[in-house]
Design a protein around this ligand. Structure first.
Ligand code: URA
Length: 254
């Protein structure tokens, strides 16, 4: 096998396992491996999230509208994911909706189109919402992270901490009556908990943040990409959807 064939085979394998962006901790010329910068031996630096007000020329406290918030995120340089993403994925749906959903982070399709939940897991999410009479005209959707982590890897705690003030502001600007946290990352981030999604899903919790005067009624549910891998859990998601429907009916919102 020639070296070129080997390289092609390696790239194909990377693509198969989901590595589609080449980003390392240390700059490295792969054509001359011996000249790579030496690997760091010291402990990695502790998380040092940049406060959005410091790292963005647009102050978060000055954001009075969704357009202001969009501008603040677009100008933010405190999250390295911005450099590898194709698009900023801000939101989709109706900004006047009473139900707001928060997912984890854009995937490849969302990154390409600049809209949340448009890929396979988004299609399942749409079907789940449709079972209780909701669609993108009656919900508003965003994510914890506005940029795609390369290769759909898990967001790091630093990335989440850096972007959390934006999602808190986003929720405060929408002021939904019901907040649905889609998946473990959204749940842990916004409920400030280390509890697992299996334990907390399907229970109403008050969501609070420094941006809110009053708590918002919130519920966590399984992420549709988890349901695609574990369809046996769909029955529990159905229970969660019914709880949302009942809450909307009780509040006279359906
Ligand atoms: N998964 C998410 O959590 N959000 C998206 O927008 C797409 C997939």
């Amino acid at each position: 096998m020639t070296i070129n064939q080997k390289l092609v085979e390696t790239l194909e394998w990377y693509q198969e396992i989901g590595i589609d962006v080449a980003v390392g901790e240390v700059p490295c010329n792969h054509a001359a491996p011996l000249r790579c910068a030496p690997a760091k031996t010291s402990a990695p630096p502790s998380p040092s999230p940049l406060a959005p007000t410091l790292a963005s020329p647009v102050k978060l406290s000055d954001c009075k509208t969704l357009e202001d918030l969009h501008r603040a995120i677009a100008a933010f340089e405190g999250c390295p994911l911005k450099k590898t993403a194709t698009n900023l994925v801000f939101a989709d749906g109706n900004p006047k909706a009473k139900v707001m959903l928060v997912g984890e982070a854009p995937g490849a399709d969302e990154d390409r189109q600049g809209k949340p939940f448009v890929g396979v897991s988004g299609q399942l999410l749409d079907r789940m919402l449709a079972t209780i009479g909701l669609d993108r005209t009656s919900v508003y959707i965003t994510n914890i992270l506005p940029w795609r982590p390369p290769g759909n890897r898990q967001p790091t705690p630093q990335e989440i901490t850096a972007c959390k003030p934006f999602v808190e502001k986003h929720i405060a600007l929408i002021q939904p009556q019901i907040l649905v946290l889609v998946g473990g990352v959204a749940m842990k981030t916004l409920f400030n908990t280390n509890d697992g999604i299996m334990r907390l899903r399907g229970t109403w919790q008050p969501y609070t943040s420094p941006e809110l005067k009053e708590p918002i009624k919130a519920i966590a549910t399984y992420h549709p990409s988890f349901l695609l891998r574990s369809p046996g859990q769909k029955a529990q998601s159905w229970q969660d959807m019914l709880m949302i429907k009942k809450a909307l009916e009780a509040a006279g919102l359906s």
